[in-house]
Write a protein that binds this ligand. Structure first.
Ligand code: C2O
Ligand code: CU
Ligand code: CU
Length: 550
């Protein structure tokens, strides 16, 4: 990293052809999470213009393509594994390939990368206590089609352009199967990972995690859903089978020739930009899809797989969602919610009841814009699903049982002109020695002191956690004497954030505290900001789970 890296927020011009990038910037800022202080930014990003102008979203016909439902991943056989002597496990083979797909009827086919040649990839249907093996095969070309920034740590010229390593987000797996960012491999190679599935039913997702290019590999399409079920959840009678559908949300900058444009700065020697906001929203890989539903209850698993954008979701016709789950599984009881905000990597499981809407259409909206249209048929089969009044006990973690509290800052390092260059966790770089080394099976509290102007979605691998509280603090006092002076009371999480989580929004000007027990195998994992641009550029740290004292 050099001081000549050009800032993202410098200058006033915008150059994105038919699409006003400045408006996207303002929209994003205006919708940053409610209780926040707005960042003091007065300048616009200066981006290099895409070769082909971007699609003007208002020019596209809405709701002309059916919603794709990703196919269920198919077992390719049974194999032995050393962790399970004397038995065999279901074995999946998941090839990452380049392909082309139409994101919309009127947009030329888009070159993409995907698991099993689709975007999103097939959905894993798994069950608690039933371990499985996946061979993740890199069958991609040897040249990347998106712009690599070789200044970024881990993405140097000396590294092969195309590198992958898959992580199942939210899965409790041994370190060797977690998709450690430096365990990437080249085209023509593969990795065989073992997933114990020793965890509660939840909506997980899988994605690439290769060091320094995760943002590009995910942007290219390397994502998919990974569902864990368990008997307790199945006994509840929630909608299931074809009435239980993942809705995988992201945005992309799509040019008029169908190509994806990944934003770069106008300085070719330092292309990295601190955020990537699309001109179009995609659900299950389609722009403005429609979905024919029966007049009955559905369960939708909303997953935000975007690089930087959050979604502010609602339903038209004053309909509400019944939220039944968050990142790591069921809430204690369904919550009626008019709006659901999801930061990158966050999930919400919702039940939507279309039974009184036969013959009508309802839209899923992001902010004011319809992004999916549900077309409710006049008739359907009998709906035997239920929405129980209570779902699963979520015992609150007692923070008093923590053996240790780690207070860590979220920082932004600016260049001489005040432009953001790098985001750091606790002022440290990826390659600094490990500082977070919790002991296996112990309870810890991690406090994130956000010194930046933005909210950051912070994610820990391996564990599920609970949010203890968020509390405003005095930034000037911190800067002057490194002391935490609170300026208001601690706010406990709202009900929808009071379940098990693996990604938490750390608001600016706030200390966000989480508590977790480090259950799982000792070894090296990571924690990071799930804005992929930040994660790729130093806002990620390794951590080490030490073996339990015996
Ligand atoms: Cu979605 Cu490091 O993970
Ligand atoms: Cu993860
Ligand atoms: Cu961040």
């Amino acid at each position: 990293m050099t001081l000549t890296r050009r800032g993202f927020l410098r200058g006033a011009g915008t150059v994105l052809g038919t699409y006003a990038f400045a408006d996207m910037w303002h929209t994003a800022q205006a919708f940053s999470s409610p209780p926040m202080v707005m960042p003091m930014r007065t300048t616009m990003p200066t981006l290099a213009a895409p070769k082909v102008p971007l699609i003007n979203p208002t020019s596209l016909a809405r709701f002309v393509d059916p919603l794709p439902v990703p196919p269920i991943a198919r077992v390719a056989g049974q194999r032995a594994h050393p962790a399970y002597p004397g038995r065999t496990l279901p074995y999946y083979r998941m090839e990452m390939r380049a392909f082309k797909a139409r994101l919309h009827r009127d947009v030329p086919a888009t070159p993409l990368w995907g698991y099993d040649g689709s975007f999103p990839g097939p959905t894993f249907e798994t069950k608690r206590g039933e371990p499985l093996l996946v061979e993740w095969v890199n069958a991609l070309p040897t040249k990347h089609f998106l712009p690599i920034d070789h200044n970024i740590h881990g993405a140097e010229q000396s590294k092969p352009e195309v590198r992958v390593v898959t992580h199942v987000h939210g899965a409790r797996v041994p370190a060797g199967a977690d998709g450690y960012p430096e365990n990437w491999y080249e085209s023509g190679q593969s990795a065989l990972y073992h997933y114990p599935n020793d965890q509660d039913a939840a909506t997980l997702w899988y994605h690439d995690h290769a060091m320094g290019i995760t943002r590009l590999n995910i942007y290219a399409g390397l994502v998919g859903a990974f569902i864990v079920r368990d008997a307790e959840e199945q006994a509840l009678g929630l909608p299931t089978g074809e009435y239980d559908i993942p809705l995988i949300l992201c945005d992309r900058l799509v040019a008029q020739d169908g190509q994806l444009y990944y934003p770069v700065s106008d300085d070719p020697s330092a292309p990295w930009v601190m955020q990537c906001l699309g001109n179009l929203t995609l659900c299950n890989g389609k722009i403005f899809p429609y979905f024919e539903v029966e007049p009955r209850r559905y369960r939708f698993r909303l997953i935000n797989v975007a690089n930087t954008s959050f979604f502010d979701l609602s339903l038209s016709h004053d309909r509400a969602f019944q939220q039944v789950g968050s990142d790591q599984g069921l809430l204690s009881a369904p919550l009626e919610r008019d709006r659901i905000e999801l930061y990158p990597a966050e999930r919400a499981d919702v039940v939507v009841d279309f039974s009184s809407l036969a013959g009508q259409t309802v839209q899923l909206r992001h902010q004011a814009q319809g992004i999916v249209e549900f077309r409710v048929r006049n008739k359907g089969g009998r709906d035997t699903s239920v929405l129980p009044a209570s779902l699963r006990a979520v015992p609150r973690i007692d923070p008093g049982g923590a053996v240790r509290e780690r207070v860590m800052t979220l920082n932004e390092i600016d260049d001489a002109n005040g432009n953001a260059m790098t985001m750091l966790l606790d002022g440290k770089h990826w390659s600094d020695p490990i500082t977070e080394n919790p002991r296996q099976n112990t309870l810890e509290i991690w406090s994130f002191v956000n010194l930046t102007g933005d909210a950051h979605p912070i994610h820990l691998h391996l564990v599920r956690f609970q949010i203890i509280d968020r509390r405003p603090f005095d930034l000037f006092a911190w800067n002057a004497h490194r002391t935490l002076t609170y300026t208001g009371p601690a706010e406990p999480p709202p009900a929808h954030e009071a379940g098990w989580k693996d990604t938490v929004r750390a608001d600016p000007g706030m200390v966000t505290r989480i508590a977790m027990r480090f259950e799982g195998e000792p070894g090296r994992y990571v924690w990071h900001c799930h804005f992929l641009e930040h994660e790729d550029n130093e806002m990620m740290r390794p951590y080490e789970v030490l073996p339990a004292h015996t």
